[in-house]
Design a binder for this molecule. Structure first.
Ligand SMILES: [Zn+2]
Length: 127
């Protein structure tokens, strides 16, 4: 089993053979999956290949919570939870070490439980 940290930056020698050339364009970055050297748009989480490894329902949650957040709704916590679930799901498919991501996920879930929301769209208590 190959174990790599999910945070390991892409290997430059691998990046040289990326399917999308790295042009120095600030709007292009690497796919969040460490074994992947694909260049993606800044607003994307993963390359198309990895994105379609994420279950459809989870992809929908990421998209919906992100769009709601951008429209001013308080969905930041459910967005980060869904995002981490997707990274963990794909990381496990590729035998990556996802322990750090799982720790982050637990922190976000605790935060959500504390806020009392199951979907995060409820009004959070102030004070
Ligand atoms: Zn990828």
């Amino acid at each position: 089993m190959i174990v790599r940290s999910i945070y390991k930056p892409p290997d430059p020698s691998v990046a040289a053979t990326a399917s999308v050339p790295v042009t120095g364009d600030p709007n292009v970055r690497f796919c969040k999956i460490p074994c992947c050297s694909s260049g993606i748009k800044q607003r994307h989480l993963m390359c198309a290949q990895h994105w379609f490894e994420v279950p459809l329902g989870l992809r929908d949650r990421i998209t919906q919570t992100l769009h709601a957040w951008l429209e001013g709704e308080d969905t930041v916590v459910p967005y980060f939870i869904a995002r981490l679930e997707a990274l963990i799901h794909v990381g496990k498919l590729h035998s990556l070490d996802v322990a750090a991501l799982e720790a982050q996920l637990n922190t976000w879930r605790a935060r959500q439980a504390k806020a009392g929301g199951s979907n995060g769209s409820e009004q959070q208590a102030i004070g």
